[in-house]
Design a protein around this ligand. Structure first.
Ligand SMILES: [Zn+2]
Length: 377
């Protein structure tokens, strides 16, 4: 399969448009014209992972974290990142990054973490707003309704998901009296006209309103077109950062921390806990990767606890008092996405896939003196 076709399949699941403006997602190394048979998935694009991908026989490595987030002037093998580029190029393996687009996607990093914990009714903590839509209703002689519908659809109205040419109609009687100076298509000056008319309704992206109204006027037989435009409420989408949902059954915080530690891949970091270990947790918020920017949003959801990583001292100390915190290793909270992503690509394309087993959390085993032995000196 051509790399270009694999990229198109990946783009359907992790659209680049979902990424933050500061992010660097997409193809980093490789030629879209190259052939791909095996795709390897990992969190970090580091040298050991490239070696793992090449040993697995991969022609494409997909990582969550970007290789270069800021500009570079060299890909020489004199830096760790340069060696990653050289090893990939020499090994005939492309590199694709799916970062904040994978965080926000409907089947992305946060959805995978919520799925791992069995959260029910999970919704994004920070849903991306849906596209602003208008609804247009227009009255037209029944005989001209089909032509008007075609014109509205041609201008981009009436598309919904994987459907186009969507409209709704009802027929009735329209009344009007043409006055001096009018040029009625049907009827005569001074006489009340009763016309068989249809009301045609279509939904359209708000950005297309000028061209849809222009198409309506161009295709309509009447001099004055009776119509109305209603701005629809913007509905939140299934995409966005974080997830919040209900655990299958309430569980004590201490037991939840143990379960999280069992479900996530093991790291030296483990799972740190803030809160009374005996308190019950029903509603759980999660955010793979660094999540302290979401603490305020989490507090508004009524969550009992928040599982994330990279929680800093002050945000953790200042978080809402009744919100328990579970802080796991950054890498571990993002890893559960890898098997989901690999499985979806394999299902969509039939390609062979594999998932990294290397722990690329930067911290190795830690020194852990018993905190009760001594306080700060
Ligand atoms: Zn991350």
């Amino acid at each position: 399969m051509l790399l270009a076709d694999v990229l198109a399949a990946l783009e359907r699941d992790w659209p680049a448009r979902l990424a933050e403006p500061w992010d660097a997602v997409g193809l980093v190394v490789g030629d879209p014209a190259d052939d791909v048979q095996h795709v390897h998935f990992a969190v970090d694009p580091v040298e050991e992972v490239v070696a793992e991908a090449l040993a697995a026989g991969a022609q494409l490595l997909v990582t969550h974290h970007p290789l270069y987030l800021r500009g570079t002037t060299s890909v020489a093998a004199t830096t760790p990142k340069g060696r990653v580029v050289q090893a990939l190029a020499r090994g005939g393996c492309a590199l694709l990054v799916a970062h904040t687009n994978a965080d926000r996607a409907a089947h992305g990093v946060n959805a995978a973490l919520a799925g791992l914990l069995g959260l029910q009714g999970a919704v994004p903590l920070e849903p991306l707003p849906g596209e602003p839509l208008d609804r247009l209703g227009v009255y037209v002689p029944v005989a001209d309704a089909a032509r008007l519908r075609d014109a509205l659809h041609g201008a981009g109205a009436g598309a919904a998901g994987a459907y186009d040419s969507c409209s709704w109609s009802v027929t009735g009687e329209g009344r009007y009296r043409p006055l001096e100076g009018s040029h009625p298509a049907v009827g005569a000056h001074g006489r009340l006209e009763v016309a068989a008319e249809a009301r045609v309704e279509v939904v359209l992206p708000r950005a297309l309103r000028p061209q849809v109204l222009a198409a309506m006027r161009a295709a309509h037989p009447y001099e004055v077109v009776a119509h109305d435009v209603v701005e629809l409420a913007v509905e939140p989408q299934a995409t966005g950062l974080g997830r919040v949902g209900d655990l299958p059954e309430p569980v004590r915080l201490g037991a939840l921390a143990e379960r999280v530690a069992q479900l996530l891949p093991a790291t030296a970091w483990g799972v740190r806990v803030r809160g009374d270990r005996d308190r019950l947790v029903r509603r759980l918020a999660v955010c793979g990767g660094a999540g302290d920017s979401l603490l305020v949003a989490v507090a508004r959801t009524g969550a009992d606890a928040f599982l994330t990583s990279d929680l800093r001292h002050h945000p953790a100390q200042e978080a809402a008092e009744d919100l328990a915190l579970l802080d796991a290793a950054h890498w571990a909270t993002e890893w559960p996405w890898l098997p989901v992503a690999a499985g979806r690509l394999a299902d969509a394309t039939g390609l062979a896939t594999s998932v990294s087993r290397l722990v690329t959390d930067p911290f190795s085993p830690r020194a852990t003196p018993d905190p009760m032995d001594r306080g700060p000196a």
